[in-house]
Ligand binder design. Structure first.
Ligand code: GDP
Ligand code: MN
Length: 393
């Protein structure tokens, strides 16, 4: 699960990490009044207006504005609120800005990078630091790996003070800054481990002209499977920022991920779903989604899954590929037929069933009187749906 920058900063503050403070203003607020008050509250004659969306690269996209008067703050906030903010992480339609923050303005002396992510080869979280902050870290990792220091973190003991000092020296911090950065990095590591984060990234970590070490940005992604352990964090979810089809699917326990192809897939089991997507690509089309309806694949789940697939206007055809193991194929066939009738499928529908009672299942499909094409293998199913889409279009 992703959260907003201001929520990430809230979390980090609990762990003693010094963050750039911000006051949240919602799109329902009296923007002029609230932004004006917030600007005055900082009392420095400057502020930074920041769009809160679940994507990075806001600065380049016009979602971060440094302002030096109350009037300019209100103007920037008014323009930003409600805009479709496009960054390299949002896709071409962008993301609607529903919240902004009015942040304290800081005088930056240096912009650094600090992040913790899971290293799947090491099987541990890794602290990554670089003196080149503010830019995309992926580029640095690829082009100049020596500019990035990686320190493995013990998942039980967490980051150790000597490791934090090593990171501080690599960042070129000196004297008092080293002293400040140690509890900062230890707090970040503690937050990462205790809250089951997937990534906790501060880009940039800044050193101010006054010598403060401050998190100017915070990107924290949490392991969705561990959210039951953190009710307060789970409550930070902002469904506006997620694909509405994915939000809908999660209500029915479906594992659904929207993609940008033209063939909707309905499959039981993640491995079979992956294989189905591959086979569609092999036959020259692109999957519109990943969808695992689960081992049970009840009629209700099939019904909802079909609705969600069809709510995607890019879907030109659907391939159902279900293995009847615990569920019998005749039961599944009946579920697909009822759901297709109920939902009113207007695009080609190919169904491949395999497993227990498969003959009865196919017979039901054939006798349904509906425009459902039965396939006997995955390869044939993928081929049939790709052909059907080509002729239907
Ligand atoms: P991102 O573009 O979505 O990663 O948003 P960030 O929160 O990282 O902000 C982008 C950039 O805005 C930072 O790298 C800074 O260069 C700049 N910025 C943000 N806050 C301040 C501030 O208080 N003072 C100054 N001088 N620059 C800031
Ligand atoms: Mn950033």
């Amino acid at each position: 699960m992703k959260i907003h920058e201001y929520q990430g900063k809230e979390i980090l503050e609990r762990y003693g990490v010094r963050v750039q403070r911000g006051i949240v203003v919602n799109d329902t607020a009296d923007i002029a009044a609230e932004v004006g008050d917030a600007f005055d509250q900082w009392g420095s004659g400057a502020a930074v207006i920041k769009a809160q969306i679940h994507a990075g690269g806001r600065g380049k996209g016009g979602g971060v504005k440094f302002v030096t008067s109350k009037q300019a703050a209100i103007e920037a906030a008014t323009n930003m609120m409600g805009m479709q903010l496009i960054t390299h992480q949002t896709g071409s339609t962008g993301q609607k800005v529903r919240k902004i923050t009015v942040c304290e303005a800081l005088d930056l002396a240096r912009e650094l990078y600090v992040g913790i992510a899971l290293d799947r080869h090491l099987g541990k979280p890794v602290l990554m630091v670089s003196a080149e902050g503010g830019v995309e870290i992926e580029t640095i990792a690829e082009e100049r790996p020596e500019a990035l220091l990686k320190i493995p973190i013990c998942p039980v003991k967490g980051l150790q003070p000597f490791q934090a000092r090593r990171a501080a020296f690599f960042l070129g911090l000196e004297g008092d800054q080293v002293k400040k950065s140690v509890p900062f990095l230890l707090g970040l590591s503690k937050a990462y481990l205790e809250l089951d984060c997937e990534i906790a990234e501060i880009n940039p970590l800044v050193v101010t002209e006054q010598g403060e070490v401050v998190a100017l940005d915070a990107k924290i992604n949490l392991d969705s499977n561990a959210l039951f352990r953190h009710a307060d964090i789970a409550a930070m979810r902002d469904e506006h920022e997620e694909d509405p089809k994915e939000v809908e699917a999660s209500k029915y326990g479906l594992n659904y991920i929207a993609l940008d192809g033209n063939i909707g897939c309905m499959v039981n089991g993640a491995g079979l779903a992956m294989a189905t997507m591959d086979t569609i690509k092999l036959h020259g089309n692109e999957p519109a989604n990943f969808l695992d309806v689960g081992g049970g694949a009840t009629e209700e789940a099939i019904n909802q899954a079909l609705r969600i697939i069809l709510s995607d206007p890019n879907v030109q055809g659907i391939l159902v590929n279900i293995f009847g193991g615990i569920m019998k194929c005749d039961v599944i066939a009946r579920g697909v037929i009822n759901a297709a009738r109920d939902v009113g499928v207007q695009v080609p529908l190919v169904v491949r069933l395999e497993g227990t009672n498969v003959e009865e299942g196919r017979k039901l499909l054939a006798e349904s009187g509906m425009a459902i094409t039965a396939a006997t293998s995955l390869d044939e199913g993928a081929k049939l749906i790709c052909e059907a889409v080509a002729t239907h279009a």
